[in-house]
Design a protein around this ligand. Structure first.
Ligand code: ATR
Length: 278
Protein backbone atom coordinates (compact mmCIF):
# COMPACT_ATOMS: atom_id res chain seq x y z
CA UNK A 1 0.00 0.00 0.00
CA UNK A 2 2.86 2.37 0.78
CA UNK A 3 2.80 6.03 1.73
CA UNK A 4 -0.51 7.88 1.83
CA UNK A 5 0.20 11.47 0.85
CA UNK A 6 -1.81 14.41 -0.43
CA UNK A 7 -2.53 18.12 -0.60
CA UNK A 8 -5.03 20.26 1.32
CA UNK A 9 -6.00 23.58 -0.27
CA UNK A 10 -8.78 25.42 -2.05
CA UNK A 11 -8.83 25.30 -5.00
CA UNK A 12 -6.41 22.42 -5.65
CA UNK A 13 -7.53 20.84 -8.91
CA UNK A 14 -4.78 22.47 -11.01
CA UNK A 15 -1.97 21.62 -8.62
CA UNK A 16 1.21 20.16 -10.09
CA UNK A 17 2.08 18.40 -6.82
CA UNK A 18 0.48 15.02 -7.70
CA UNK A 19 2.52 14.94 -10.92
CA UNK A 20 5.76 15.81 -9.10
CA UNK A 21 5.30 13.37 -6.21
CA UNK A 22 4.24 10.59 -8.56
CA UNK A 23 7.50 11.10 -10.45
CA UNK A 24 9.45 11.06 -7.16
CA UNK A 25 7.81 7.74 -6.27
CA UNK A 26 8.68 6.31 -9.67
CA UNK A 27 12.29 7.41 -9.48
CA UNK A 28 12.87 6.22 -5.89
CA UNK A 29 10.82 3.02 -6.18
CA UNK A 30 8.77 4.13 -3.17
CA UNK A 31 5.16 2.92 -3.26
CA UNK A 32 2.37 5.31 -2.44
CA UNK A 33 -0.38 7.64 -3.53
CA UNK A 34 -0.75 11.45 -3.58
CA UNK A 35 -4.32 12.70 -3.48
CA UNK A 36 -5.91 16.13 -3.74
CA UNK A 37 -8.17 17.14 -0.83
CA UNK A 38 -10.12 20.27 -1.82
CA UNK A 39 -10.95 21.83 1.55
CA UNK A 40 -12.95 24.99 2.13
CA UNK A 41 -11.72 27.18 4.99
CA UNK A 42 -14.52 26.22 7.40
CA UNK A 43 -13.74 22.52 6.82
CA UNK A 44 -10.05 22.66 7.66
CA UNK A 45 -10.12 21.32 11.21
CA UNK A 46 -12.43 18.48 10.22
CA UNK A 47 -10.24 17.59 7.25
CA UNK A 48 -7.02 17.51 9.30
CA UNK A 49 -8.63 15.27 11.92
CA UNK A 50 -10.06 12.97 9.25
CA UNK A 51 -6.68 12.56 7.57
CA UNK A 52 -5.02 11.87 10.92
CA UNK A 53 -7.63 9.21 11.76
CA UNK A 54 -7.26 7.66 8.31
CA UNK A 55 -3.53 7.20 8.93
CA UNK A 56 -2.23 9.66 6.32
CA UNK A 57 1.60 9.54 6.16
CA UNK A 58 1.93 13.22 5.37
CA UNK A 59 0.42 16.06 3.40
CA UNK A 60 1.17 19.40 1.79
CA UNK A 61 -0.79 22.52 2.61
CA UNK A 62 -1.47 25.35 0.19
CA UNK A 63 -3.57 28.50 -0.15
CA UNK A 64 -5.58 29.47 1.89
CA UNK A 65 -4.56 27.18 4.78
CA UNK A 66 -0.83 27.64 5.31
CA UNK A 67 -1.29 29.77 8.44
CA UNK A 68 -4.55 28.39 9.79
CA UNK A 69 -3.41 24.75 9.70
CA UNK A 70 -0.89 25.43 12.46
CA UNK A 71 -3.70 25.50 15.07
CA UNK A 72 -4.57 21.88 14.31
CA UNK A 73 -1.08 20.37 14.48
CA UNK A 74 0.64 18.78 17.49
CA UNK A 75 3.95 20.46 16.76
CA UNK A 76 5.37 23.11 14.44
CA UNK A 77 9.06 23.23 13.48
CA UNK A 78 10.87 26.43 14.57
CA UNK A 79 11.43 27.82 11.07
CA UNK A 80 7.81 27.27 10.07
CA UNK A 81 6.67 28.85 13.32
CA UNK A 82 8.83 31.94 12.78
CA UNK A 83 7.81 32.20 9.13
CA UNK A 84 4.19 31.83 10.20
CA UNK A 85 3.27 29.25 7.57
CA UNK A 86 3.30 25.48 7.15
CA UNK A 87 3.33 23.81 3.74
CA UNK A 88 4.31 20.26 4.76
CA UNK A 89 2.92 18.05 7.54
CA UNK A 90 4.26 14.67 8.59
CA UNK A 91 2.32 12.16 10.64
CA UNK A 92 4.81 10.76 13.13
CA UNK A 93 2.97 7.86 14.83
CA UNK A 94 -0.20 9.88 15.27
CA UNK A 95 1.47 13.23 16.01
CA UNK A 96 1.21 15.81 13.24
CA UNK A 97 4.28 18.03 12.82
CA UNK A 98 4.38 21.01 10.44
CA UNK A 99 7.32 22.31 8.41
CA UNK A 100 7.90 25.02 5.83
CA UNK A 101 9.93 23.83 2.85
CA UNK A 102 9.28 26.85 0.58
CA UNK A 103 12.27 28.94 1.67
CA UNK A 104 14.64 25.99 2.02
CA UNK A 105 13.44 24.66 -1.36
CA UNK A 106 14.10 28.04 -2.94
CA UNK A 107 17.59 28.09 -1.48
CA UNK A 108 18.33 24.60 -2.74
CA UNK A 109 17.12 25.43 -6.24
CA UNK A 110 19.33 28.52 -6.28
CA UNK A 111 22.33 26.60 -4.95
CA UNK A 112 21.91 24.09 -7.79
CA UNK A 113 21.72 26.75 -10.48
CA UNK A 114 23.98 29.59 -9.27
CA UNK A 115 25.98 28.66 -6.15
CA UNK A 116 28.26 31.71 -6.51
CA UNK A 117 25.41 34.09 -5.66
CA UNK A 118 25.02 32.49 -2.23
CA UNK A 119 28.40 33.64 -0.96
CA UNK A 120 28.05 35.64 2.25
CA UNK A 121 29.28 38.94 0.88
CA UNK A 122 26.56 38.97 -1.77
CA UNK A 123 23.61 41.32 -1.49
CA UNK A 124 20.04 40.19 -2.10
CA UNK A 125 16.86 42.13 -2.84
CA UNK A 126 13.48 40.55 -2.13
CA UNK A 127 10.47 42.01 -3.94
CA UNK A 128 7.30 41.40 -1.91
CA UNK A 129 6.66 40.59 1.74
CA UNK A 130 4.02 37.86 1.77
CA UNK A 131 4.33 34.27 2.96
CA UNK A 132 6.76 33.25 0.22
CA UNK A 133 8.99 36.27 0.90
CA UNK A 134 9.09 35.41 4.63
CA UNK A 135 10.31 31.89 3.90
CA UNK A 136 12.90 33.07 1.42
CA UNK A 137 14.13 35.86 3.69
CA UNK A 138 14.64 33.46 6.57
CA UNK A 139 16.36 30.89 4.37
CA UNK A 140 18.75 33.47 2.89
CA UNK A 141 19.48 34.99 6.30
CA UNK A 142 20.07 31.57 7.88
CA UNK A 143 22.38 30.72 5.03
CA UNK A 144 24.46 33.73 6.07
CA UNK A 145 23.80 36.33 3.37
CA UNK A 146 24.78 39.46 5.25
CA UNK A 147 22.77 42.16 3.50
CA UNK A 148 19.20 41.93 2.27
CA UNK A 149 16.87 44.62 0.93
CA UNK A 150 13.11 44.08 1.09
CA UNK A 151 10.82 46.13 -1.14
CA UNK A 152 7.05 45.96 -0.92
CA UNK A 153 4.02 48.01 -1.90
CA UNK A 154 2.90 48.04 1.76
CA UNK A 155 5.88 49.11 3.80
CA UNK A 156 4.50 47.96 7.18
CA UNK A 157 4.25 44.41 5.86
CA UNK A 158 7.90 44.48 4.82
CA UNK A 159 8.81 45.72 8.31
CA UNK A 160 7.07 42.63 9.68
CA UNK A 161 9.85 40.52 8.19
CA UNK A 162 12.34 42.08 10.60
CA UNK A 163 10.80 39.92 13.35
CA UNK A 164 12.26 36.92 11.58
CA UNK A 165 15.69 38.13 12.23
CA UNK A 166 17.74 37.24 15.24
CA UNK A 167 20.03 36.28 12.44
CA UNK A 168 22.58 39.10 12.14
CA UNK A 169 21.48 39.97 8.64
CA UNK A 170 21.59 43.65 7.83
CA UNK A 171 18.15 44.41 6.40
CA UNK A 172 16.91 47.49 4.62
CA UNK A 173 13.25 48.22 3.85
CA UNK A 174 12.63 50.00 0.55
CA UNK A 175 9.87 51.25 -1.67
CA UNK A 176 9.73 49.84 -5.20
CA UNK A 177 11.02 53.11 -6.64
CA UNK A 178 13.95 53.14 -4.21
CA UNK A 179 14.71 49.54 -5.13
CA UNK A 180 14.51 50.35 -8.83
CA UNK A 181 17.02 53.16 -8.58
CA UNK A 182 19.48 51.15 -6.46
CA UNK A 183 19.35 47.88 -8.39
CA UNK A 184 23.02 47.97 -9.26
CA UNK A 185 23.77 47.28 -5.55
CA UNK A 186 22.36 43.78 -5.74
CA UNK A 187 23.73 40.41 -6.85
CA UNK A 188 20.44 38.57 -6.41
CA UNK A 189 16.89 39.84 -6.99
CA UNK A 190 13.98 37.61 -5.94
CA UNK A 191 10.47 38.43 -7.15
CA UNK A 192 7.96 36.87 -4.71
CA UNK A 193 4.69 38.71 -5.43
CA UNK A 194 1.87 37.31 -7.51
CA UNK A 195 2.41 40.09 -10.07
CA UNK A 196 3.43 38.60 -13.41
CA UNK A 197 1.34 35.50 -12.90
CA UNK A 198 -1.18 36.35 -15.54
CA UNK A 199 0.09 36.51 -19.13
CA UNK A 200 -2.80 38.81 -20.04
CA UNK A 201 -1.60 41.53 -17.67
CA UNK A 202 2.07 40.96 -18.30
CA UNK A 203 3.06 43.20 -15.41
CA UNK A 204 6.14 43.49 -13.24
CA UNK A 205 6.63 45.25 -9.88
CA UNK A 206 9.78 47.08 -10.95
CA UNK A 207 11.73 47.73 -14.12
CA UNK A 208 15.19 46.15 -14.19
CA UNK A 209 16.88 48.85 -16.28
CA UNK A 210 19.62 49.35 -13.69
CA UNK A 211 20.41 45.69 -13.12
CA UNK A 212 24.10 44.72 -13.22
CA UNK A 213 25.17 42.08 -15.74
CA UNK A 214 25.47 38.62 -14.12
CA UNK A 215 23.05 39.51 -11.35
CA UNK A 216 20.74 36.57 -10.77
CA UNK A 217 17.06 37.44 -11.16
CA UNK A 218 14.66 34.89 -9.69
CA UNK A 219 10.93 34.95 -10.17
CA UNK A 220 8.97 32.51 -8.03
CA UNK A 221 6.03 32.78 -10.43
CA UNK A 222 6.15 29.65 -12.63
CA UNK A 223 3.11 30.21 -14.79
CA UNK A 224 4.11 31.56 -17.27
CA UNK A 225 7.45 29.76 -17.08
CA UNK A 226 9.23 32.94 -18.21
CA UNK A 227 7.62 36.08 -16.81
CA UNK A 228 8.03 39.55 -18.27
CA UNK A 229 10.52 40.32 -15.47
CA UNK A 230 12.68 37.34 -16.48
CA UNK A 231 12.49 38.27 -20.16
CA UNK A 232 13.70 41.75 -19.31
CA UNK A 233 16.45 40.31 -17.08
CA UNK A 234 17.66 38.08 -19.91
CA UNK A 235 17.62 40.96 -22.39
CA UNK A 236 19.77 43.03 -20.01
CA UNK A 237 22.42 40.34 -19.56
CA UNK A 238 21.34 39.15 -16.14
CA UNK A 239 21.13 35.45 -15.25
CA UNK A 240 17.63 34.11 -14.80
CA UNK A 241 16.18 31.61 -12.35
CA UNK A 242 12.66 30.37 -13.02
CA UNK A 243 10.01 29.66 -10.41
CA UNK A 244 9.26 26.04 -11.31
CA UNK A 245 12.60 24.98 -9.84
CA UNK A 246 11.51 26.28 -6.42
CA UNK A 247 8.29 24.31 -6.82
CA UNK A 248 10.31 21.16 -7.48
CA UNK A 249 12.78 21.63 -4.67
CA UNK A 250 10.19 22.47 -2.02
CA UNK A 251 8.50 19.23 -3.08
CA UNK A 252 11.81 17.34 -2.89
CA UNK A 253 12.27 18.58 0.70
CA UNK A 254 8.75 17.52 1.62
CA UNK A 255 9.28 14.08 0.06
CA UNK A 256 12.47 13.68 2.09
CA UNK A 257 10.66 14.62 5.31
CA UNK A 258 7.95 12.02 4.63
CA UNK A 259 10.04 9.14 3.30
CA UNK A 260 13.67 9.81 4.29
CA UNK A 261 14.58 9.34 0.62
CA UNK A 262 16.16 11.83 -1.76
CA UNK A 263 14.60 11.82 -5.25
CA UNK A 264 16.70 12.78 -8.27
CA UNK A 265 15.71 15.84 -10.27
CA UNK A 266 17.44 15.65 -13.66
CA UNK A 267 14.73 14.51 -16.03
CA UNK A 268 11.96 15.95 -13.91
CA UNK A 269 12.93 19.58 -14.49
CA UNK A 270 12.44 19.09 -18.21
CA UNK A 271 9.23 17.11 -17.82
CA UNK A 272 7.74 19.85 -15.67
CA UNK A 273 8.80 22.51 -18.19
CA UNK A 274 7.05 20.60 -20.94
CA UNK A 275 3.91 20.37 -18.85
CA UNK A 276 3.97 24.07 -18.02
CA UNK A 277 4.42 24.98 -21.67
CA UNK A 278 1.28 22.93 -22.29
P1 ATR B 1 2.27 34.69 -0.84
O1 ATR B 1 1.98 33.88 0.39
O2 ATR B 1 2.10 33.93 -2.12
O3 ATR B 1 3.57 35.40 -0.77
P2 ATR B 1 0.64 36.93 0.03
O4 ATR B 1 1.01 36.62 1.43
O5 ATR B 1 -0.76 37.20 -0.29
O6 ATR B 1 1.09 35.76 -0.95
O7 ATR B 1 1.57 38.14 -0.47
C1 ATR B 1 1.39 38.71 -1.69
C2 ATR B 1 2.54 39.67 -2.02
O8 ATR B 1 2.29 40.17 -3.33
C3 ATR B 1 2.63 40.88 -1.12
O9 ATR B 1 3.96 41.34 -1.07
C4 ATR B 1 1.75 41.89 -1.86
O10 ATR B 1 2.03 43.26 -1.58
P3 ATR B 1 1.28 44.00 -0.33
O11 ATR B 1 1.90 43.48 0.91
O12 ATR B 1 1.53 45.44 -0.57
O13 ATR B 1 -0.18 43.63 -0.48
C5 ATR B 1 2.16 41.58 -3.27
N1 ATR B 1 1.19 42.01 -4.28
C6 ATR B 1 0.06 41.37 -4.66
N2 ATR B 1 -0.57 42.05 -5.65
C7 ATR B 1 0.21 43.13 -5.92
C8 ATR B 1 0.12 44.23 -6.86
N3 ATR B 1 -0.88 44.32 -7.74
N4 ATR B 1 1.11 45.15 -6.86
C9 ATR B 1 2.15 45.05 -5.99
N5 ATR B 1 2.27 44.06 -5.09
C10 ATR B 1 1.32 43.12 -5.05
Amino acid sequence: MGYKLGLIGYPVQHSLSPFIHQKFMENTGIQGSYQLFATEPNQLEKRVNELKRAGISGFNVTVPHKQAVMSYLDEVDTDAYRIGAVNTVVNDKGRLKGYNTDGSGYLRSLAEAYPDVLRQEKKALILGAGGAARGIYRALAKHGIQRIGIANRTKSKAEGLLDLQDLHTETEILSYSEAESSLDNYDLIVQTTSVGMSPEYDEQVISLNKVKPHTVVSDIVYKPLTTKLLRQAGDLGARTHQGHTMLLYQAQYAFEIWTGTHPQMESLVEQLEQRLRG
